[in-house]
Design a protein around this ligand. Sequence first.
Ligand code: F6P
Length: 365
Amino acid sequence: MKKKVLVLTGGGDCPGLNAVIRGIVKRAKQEKDWQVVGSMEAFNGILRDPMEIKKLSNRSTAGIHVKGGTILKTTNKGNPFDFPMKNEDGSVTIIDRSDELIEKIQDLGIEAVISIGGDGSQRISQKLFDQGLNIVGVPKTIDNDLSATNYTFGFRTAVQIATDSFDKLVTTGESHHRVMIMEVMGRDAGWIALHTAIAGGAEVCLIPEIPYDINKVVKHINQRYEKGKGFANIVIAEGAKSLNTKIVSKESDETGYEHVRLGGVAYQLSEQLKAAGCKADIRETVLGHTQRGGTPVASDRVLATLFGVKAFEMILNKEYGKMVSYLNNEITTVSLEAATSSYNYVATDSFLVHAAKNIGIAFGD
Ligand code: F6P
């Protein structure tokens, strides 16, 4: 009988997930006695009755590295420790199904699990590891907000999509002498915004790590209109806030969804700019989920493939309780504990911020 490794994707999707899955399957094929199976929608595929799992072969994963999304589907409402169960009357009870999950995985004869997911998913991996599950993690997120890896796949694709959109906004903004605001994702980190601002040549970049003074932003913009006509392009991260405002967010009404939902700060900024004396016409664009969709860029496909190969080799070496990581140009491993213990903020004293400031990008500080 072949040994089985279970693969799943959890949390929000991200370009490159399919390339990881294909990398795992191809690497496993090099070993005669291993078989890869996938659980649909994170661990939900195992917890469902009947289970939703599928065999992953070279044939079923051929060419998928080019495609966005995940062939295993995903969810951010499937935490086995806080699992939402619908009662007959429509109400929901949250229960811990982690023991049941581990038992079901063992009953299937699965040797080990590879969980591809962001910080939330890796925290779940850590807890399952503590309960005895043989598990390794693969980091994913467009936000690049995991501290134990220099980059996550999906990030560069998101930056490319945002930059392409920004380039389009520049020409229309310039033609109309407008201030164009483009809001990008990133949760509490400004990585996507900052990279896009540098790549696109933004006049202003507003990120969560640097609360902005709206009067300074307006002053910078007004200077561009001194000779009568001008234009200005702003990139703002969804988690940005001014000195006097809070993050724009709302509680989700989706059962089992554990995050607050960010989005809409572009409209708040627009109002703030007008109130602070910006005379130019202003337009807002919220890029939203376009940043997570479609074909991964080549470098994300490469990183994701390397992560997939490494993750399977960690299973071969029984390096459980660890996560694949890309550090200092090497594919290596870190403990899940270290991987989830701190958040990867943009350092305000980094060369990235220094360079952005020194090419004239204003942060409102
Ligand atoms: O973490 C990735 C991300 O795309 C964030 O940038 C964003 O705030 C969030 O997920 C959106 O989540 P959802 O797809 O659940 O709306």
